[in-house]
Design a binder for this molecule. Structure first.
Ligand SMILES: *Cc1c(COP(=O)(O)O)cnc(C)c1O
Length: 408
């Protein structure tokens, strides 16, 4: 029973007509008879039935209520409904982490004997699933330069069932032309799964760009305040049921109701945070690029980004994350060690600005040759811009860049 459903008639507000800011605060709200303003946390594993017949109806699917928290939970459902409304998707399945979402999204589409094509610039764990785990179960995979459309086309085989990409990619913000790759996937009957963690639902809508499924690490922008892990798969509700319903129910990657509640509250401020962090990042990227210690900067909204035109077409802004090459590990480490406000941390999209050396941390498990193929040298630093005052951040970053400049 959502608030809006109670008010029926010709003048009833329809959540689908709301702008994103309203969807983020009110979407999916399902109040109990107490009329609480904040969303309740239903910290319950299971549910009681009025009669044996009611339990029978619940299990048959005739009565759509909740059964067990591994299958669904009211707080988790509020999070799913709110995120689906924001994304413009008919379905959302919330999961325990971003990796649970990536794993389920791919496992549900693939069987032994199938083939997957993925872009090579992937988060380390995503890459492990594609190149190490899926082949163990008889799924072949080909990793391509995601910016090269001809490479996607050439990788297609008769048994290709899925395409997977990240855009912007972790850690060097490589941008992939989502509509063009969707067209190649669909021409061969494959489904396109897009990991949209870096852009967030505020800056990019992969489903509108032609993707079949979009996956999130809700740990990133959606929480965005360093608290809980979470993930989600969004797409057409019937397709999510077809590919993922049984897999999710029987393998157990359920999101905790408490974490779902934290993420619901995160959604309320998502647009404010992403727009502000992105504006600060754009200003800082220009200042960082001018510093003599910086050999190269990677930020999607800058004209010197290799895929700047595609980024401008499919993203509303450059985002909260950038990377830059300082020309060697000693300089990158000197930069990180001189920071006084920005933390050294492998997380990203947080209210607190965070910087990391990907080669020795997040992308440590990616073989060196593969790191170099995507331009990830030992001099690269990834910076996630938070909500601190831009002037304070600029001072901290310039001091650290000076330290990098004078390091051996
Ligand atoms: C962090 C991240 C993930 C994994 O998310 P978790 O919530 O940490 O499991 C997946 N994809 C991308 C692009 C990420 O940045």
């Amino acid at each position: 029973m959502s608030d809006s459903e109670e008010r029926e008639g010709p003048h009833a507000e329809r959540p689908q007509d709301w702008a994103p800011a309203t969807r983020l605060v009110r979407g999916g709200l399902a109040r109990t008879p107490y009329g609480e303003i904040a969303e309740p946390i239903f910290l319950t594993q299971s549910f009681a039935y009025d009669s044996a017949e009611a339990a029978d109806r619940r299990f048959s699917g005739e009565d759509p209520g909740f059964i067990y928290a591994r299958y669904g939970n009211p707080t988790v459902k509020m999070f799913e409904d709110r995120l689906a409304l924001l994304e413009g998707a008919t379905g959302c399945r919330a999961l325990a982490s971003g990796m649970a979402a990536v794993n389920i999204a791919l496992l549900g589409l693939l069987r032994a004997g199938d083939h997957l094509v993925a872009s090579r610039a992937l988060f380390g764990s995503c890459r492990w699933i594609v190149t190490q785990m899926l082949p163990r179960f008889g799924v072949e995979s080909t990793v391509v330069d995601g910016t090269d459309l001809e490479a996607w086309r050439a990788a297609v085989r008769p048994n290709t069932k899925a395409f997977f990409l990240e855009s912007p990619a972790n850690p060097l913000l490589e941008i992939i032309d989502i509509p063009a790759v969707a067209e190649i996937a669909h021409a061969t009957g494959a489904k396109l799964v897009v990991d949209n963690a870096f852009a967030s639902p505020i800056l990019q809508s992969p489903l509108q760009l032609g993707a079949d499924m979009v996956v999130y690490s809700a740990t990133k922008h959606i929480d965005g305040q360093g608290r809980v892990l979470g993930g989600a798969i969004l797409g057409e509700d019937a397709a999510l049921d077809e590919h993922y319903k049984e897999l999710i129910r029987h393998t157990g990657p359920a999101l905790s109701p408490f974490s779902a509640w934290v993420l619901l509250k995160g959604l309320e401020t998502l647009e404010l945070r992403v727009m502000r962090q992105s504006a600060t990042a754009a200003t800082l990227a220009d200042k960082i690029a001018e510093h003599t210690a910086v050999d190269r900067i990677f930020y999607p909204a800058r004209a010197d980004h290799p895929q700047a035109t595609i980024a401008a077409r499919q993203m509303k802004a450059g985002g909260t994350i950038m990377a830059f090459d300082l020309g060697g590990r000693p300089k990158a480490f000197a930069f990180l060690n001189a920071l006084q406000i920005v933390d050294i941390s492998n997380n990203l999209a947080d209210a607190k600005s965070l910087a990391v050396h990907p080669s020795t941390t997040t992308h440590r498990s990616t073989p060196e040759a593969d790191r170099l193929a995507i331009g990830l040298t030992e001099g690269c630093v990834r910076l996630s811009v938070g909500l601190e005052d831009p002037v304070d951040l600029e001072r901290d970053l310039m001091r650290a860049l000076n330290a990098a400049g004078s390091a051996a």
